[in-house]
Design a protein around this ligand. Structure first.
Ligand SMILES: O=C(O)CCC(=O)C(=O)O
Length: 393
């Protein structure tokens, strides 16, 4: 059974649902609590009759260029134009309407109460977390093949899908101050990557995301309750406070951002564009200052499936890989299957792209197999003979 956890209620002014401020500056954020992950086979698959995502073998694979790969590393982010098509964005936009108006069967997402104005309805939720554990559509976009094509090149080949966040950000909706995503979702080795899908046009006026170019090379700065979380043996690593807070005086990550003055870039995106960003890059967004334009987006997070993560376990100590979906490739670590049966590596293990060998680092593939009986590789006598031959000729 699934349950819902609403964050502690901020002080709200009914006329302005964004008026209550949580300690980190986040507003209207709904965390849909996790149910148990699915393992094994025989799960129930619930799919609508018509879906906009093309999973067929003939679907065009997105091929990342070397120039894009370099840009991702040079800038800390990469905008891929038109990654999703019009039908897909239409489906995601309609989904946003359903969320806003409470027309989805997820505990915690309620229909508007009688008497609410449209503005109040539109501002009820700024963002909703982890809906892929409850709704087929969110799982399907988290595992969208063209999204995974890009991620495979940037952080793969083996991919673990961790998080979804649907942002509604109505006119007047709040931004999020400087932060680094690997602070929130640590992985070891750190391979975290965010993917931000524009559903509406996002620009400077309605609160697009801004990236501080160069800061992707920075370490993750801990707050005093997370010292040692991401890094050990970085002796002069500053401790910061109030990350994500929109006030630069309060959020001391702004001091790190100041090292890169003049290098902050707005990631302007049109519907269907996807912005991929590294786990260390400092980024933020501002208030939606328009009167009439939403800034909806679906943001997903991924890591290399061979990175360990405890993210998702309440104490953040125990391994949590088994809670997250193996999207591409293979791994020696645990993983979950998609609950709604979206095709991916977890339920369709071997993926062979047209004309090529499997791209994943298969642990049981010929080259990687641990084979203690393989005399050519492991027999100590053979090694000695070889050494003797080499050294004494
Ligand atoms: O979309 C936004 O306003 C902020 C997104 C963001 O910072 C994130 O996903 O880490």
């Amino acid at each position: 059974m699934t349950t819902t956890t609403k964050p502690a209620s901020p002080e709200t002014n009914p006329a302005d649902p964004y008026a209550g401020v949580r300690p980190n500056g986040a507003l209207g954020v709904l965390a849909v609590a996790d149910g148990p992950p699915r393992h094994g086979t025989g799960r129930e698959t619930i799919r609508p009759d018509v879906i906009a995502t093309d999973f067929s073998a003939t679907r065009a694979r997105y091929v990342v260029s070397v120039e894009e790969y370099v840009r991702f590393h040079e800038q800390g982010f990469l905008v891929v134009r038109g990654l999703l098509n019009e039908a897909e964005i239409g489906e995601l936009r309609e989904h946003g309407e359903d969320l806003m108006h409470g027309r989805v069967a997820v505990p915690g997402i309620e229909p508007p109460t009688p008497g609410m104005t449209l503005a109040e309805i539109e501002r009820r939720y700024l963002r909703i977390h982890m809906l892929h554990r409850h709704l087929e559509i969110e799982e399907r976009y988290l595992l969208h093949p063209r999204m995974l094509d890009v991620l495979e090149a940037l952080i793969g080949p083996d991919l673990l899908a961790l998080q979804t966040m649907y942002f509604i950000k109505a006119p007047g909706g709040a931004g999020q101050g400087y932060h680094q995503d690997s602070y929130y979702i640590p992985t070891y080795p750190d391979s975290l990557c965010g993917a931000w899908i524009a559903i509406d046009r996002a620009d400077e006026a309605n609160g697009c995301v801004w990236f501080t170019v160069g800061s992707q090379h920075e370490p993750i700065y801990p707050t005093d309750d997370r010292i040692g979380q991401n890094h050990t043996n970085l002796g002069d690593l500053a401790v910061v406070a109030n990350v994500s807070h929109t006030d630069e005086e309060v959020n001391t990550l702004s001091r790190i951002a100041a090292k890169y003055a003049g290098r902050e870039v707005a990631a302007v995106a049109n519907p269907g564009d996807a912005v991929f960003f590294a786990g260390h890059v400092l980024h933020r967004s501002h208030t939606n200052h328009t009167n009439d334009r939403f800034r909806r987006s679906l943001v997903c997070h991924y890591a290399n499936a061979r990175s360990f993560t405890a993210w998702g376990n309440p104490g953040r100590q125990e391994i949590a890989n088994g809670l997250h979906i193996l999207a591409r490739g293979a791994t020696h670590l645990p993983f979950a299957e998609p609950r709604f049966g979206t095709p991916c590596a977890a339920n369709s293990p071997v993926e062979v792209p047209a004309g090529g060998a499997p791209l994943s680092m298969m642990a049981d593939g010929d080259d990687m197999r641990a084979a203690p009986q393989d005399v050519e590789r492991n027999d100590p006598t053979m090694m000695r003979a070889h050494d003797t031959h080499t050294i004494h000729g």
